[in-house]
Design a protein around this ligand. Structure first.
Ligand SMILES: Cc1ncc(C[n+]2csc(CCOP(=O)(O)OP(=O)(O)O)c2C)c(N)n1
Ligand code: SF4
Length: 511
């Protein structure tokens, strides 16, 4: 029996799904180049996985006849991490957009790159949210007018390759959807790299951001606006290949060849440099000041996360044997949480199901009473406090008369009623805060001017615990108790002193 693998063709990588991108979208070109490049790797289809997030670009896995996951917005790197760690034999590709990868998924992207997991990430950069019909994205330029930036974007854009180098990516490249030869070559280089390959592809969204990369794709302008990086070669560009990039101290500068400047004076590209500063400098060369580099910015060797992780697992199993998660979760560093119910979970499985009775307290917002006093607070209604009858006065009563009533009756407040309705309260606190040393001056003024209007009231049927909480939150010493069924007619007043008396009685009686 022959063990030779069948030779695959691009068409073998096409799935049976109708491609649903808009006609003319740059995504088609990337898909075509991927299908064209994959057969050259000799990797069987069942060993390849495409993982995407959400967006037009993220529909990519549907169109590949390989394994694929159209996952969660921004989370393709997390799925890819799981897949690659448990199946290092698979070739894993992450497909993401500038919105998916840099907005909601920015954090995930960053950590995947820094770990140097052996996967390939392609970021389709169209500088817009395509799927959701044209909102600005993290790569939209300053001043860009979109549906969500009608007056022009004021957000400084992110530059994907600068981020990748900042995360110490071991392979960083850029290509362009319509530059098909270059794109195919770049995808192949990425696939062959061991470690995280990060490729930014300039992709045109001809419906919501047409021409975003026209300076880099138009026949007339592209040679002046693009410089192709080649390892070991000087940076030369221009229609007549007569311009170059030279380093002036730490800054790149454009120079014209000839006129005393030779190729040897130019910056030579070294994709293998372990120190990433020059690669970073290349990512900062941006249109219109500079030609933008395309090609491989960086390609270095470094330990791969999936390899390191599996090595650690192997050593751990060799030394300690296969573990048991269940045992691990229930032994070792455990502790006891002390409470009045004296529940200890140490050495025992915590109960997994509560009985109906145990669940009952959770059916309400009230805490579970742990003592007899707490239970009384939660069970008893305000009527047990026997609210004192209130002294009520009409709003025209003078300040002097009200103060006299407080003193003569030994009470802390009066309520103000108008046509049988509670409209205010005047308490010792109001006397201190609002009258104070000017009491004599205001003696003939009506109490309406000094009362606390529309005060918080409590219903006679409210629980004592609720009253305590309201008084605590509001800092009230007196609260009128009303009968809400009879349109806020005053029934009495409770004070902090009443609550204290009640608590003392409950504590001493033990019930
Ligand atoms: C949790 C969540 N937030 C927001 C969205 C809406 N949404 C769908 S795709 C997308 C951004 C797509 O932009 P990009 O990644 O650039 O992909 P493109 O469609 O341009 O290829 C957004 C914000 C969503 N689907 N889910
Ligand atoms: S909306 Fe834009 S990115 Fe999405 S499929 Fe259409 S052209 Fe492509």
């Amino acid at each position: 029996m022959s063990t030779e693998l069948p030779v695959l063709k691009p068409a073998d990588f096409a799935s049976d799904q109708d491609v649903r991108w808009c006609p003319g979208c740059g995504d088609y070109s990337i898909l075509a180049q991927m299908k064209k490049m994959l057969p050259s790797l000799g990797v069987p289809r069942e060993k390849i996985v495409f993982v995407s997030g959400i967006g037009c670009s993220s529909r990519f896995p549907y169109y590949m006849n390989t394994y694929g996951i159209h996952s969660i917005h921004g989370r393709a790197p997390a799925f890819a991490t799981g897949i690659k760690c448990v199946r290092p034999d698979l070739q894993v590709w992450v497909i993401t957009g500038d919105g998916d990868g840099l907005s909601i998924g920015g954090n995930h992207l960053m950590h995947t790159i820094r770990r140097n997991l052996d996967i390939n990430i392609i970021l389709f950069n169209n500088r817009i949210y395509g799927l959701t019909k044209g909102q600005y994205s993290p790569t939209s330029p300053l001043g860009k007018k979109t549906k969500t930036t009608p007056m022009g974007s004021i957000d400084n854009p992110l530059h994907p390759l600068s981020i990748a180098i900042g995360c110490e990516a071991t392979f960083v490249a850029r290509s362009i959807d319509v530059n098909i030869k270059h794109l195919g070559m770049t995808l192949k280089r990425a696939a062959e790299h061991k470690g995280t390959s990060f490729i930014e592809v300039y992709q045109n969204c001809n419906v919501f951001n047409d021409g975003a990369w026209s300076y880099a794709t138009d026949r007339e302008t592209k040679s002046d606006n693009i410089v192709e990086l080649e390892h070991g070669k000087p940076l030369i560009f221009g229609k007549n290949r007569d311009k170059g990039i030279r380093l002036n101290g730490l800054e790149p500068e454009i120079v014209e060849l000839g006129k005393g400047i030779k190729e040897d004076d130019l910056l030579f590209h070294d994709e293998k440099a372990t120190e990433p500063s020059l690669a970073y400098l290349l990512t900062r060369m941006r249109h219109p000041e500079f030609p933008e580099p395309i090609g491989v910015f960086r390609a270095i060797d470094a330990p791969k996360y999936d390899h390191e992780l599996n090595h650690q697992l192997k050593v751990a199993v060799e030394n300690q044997g296969m573990g048991d998660l269940n045992v691990m979760f229930n032994t070792g560093d455990t502790w006891t949480v002390e409470d009045d119910a004296d529940v200890s979970y140490e050495g025992e499985q915590p109960p997994t199901m509560l009985t109906e009775e145990e669940m009952a307290p959770f059916e309400t917002d009230l805490p579970t009473p742990a003592t007899a006093v707490e239970r009384a607070l939660l069970d008893d209604r305000l009527e047990v406090l026997k609210p004192k009858p209130m002294v009520s006065v009409p709003p025209e009563t003078t300040v002097a008369q009200v103060l006299r009533i407080l003193v003569d009756n030994g009470i802390g407040c009066v309520i103000i009623e108008e046509e049988g309705q509670l409209i205010g309260i005047f308490s010792e606190r109001d006397a201190l805060n609002k009258l104070n040393t000017k009491a004599a001056e205001f003696a003939d003024r009506p109490i309406r001017d000094f009362m606390t209007a529309d005060p918080e009231t409590l219903d006679m049927q409210a629980k004592v615990a609720f009253a305590v909480q309201r008084m605590d939150l509001g800092g009230y010493r007196h609260v009128p108790v009303v009968d809400n069924t009879a349109e806020k007619t005053a029934q009495g007043v409770i004070s902090v002193r009443d609550i204290l008396r009640y608590l003392t009685e409950r504590m001493t009686s033990g019930k």
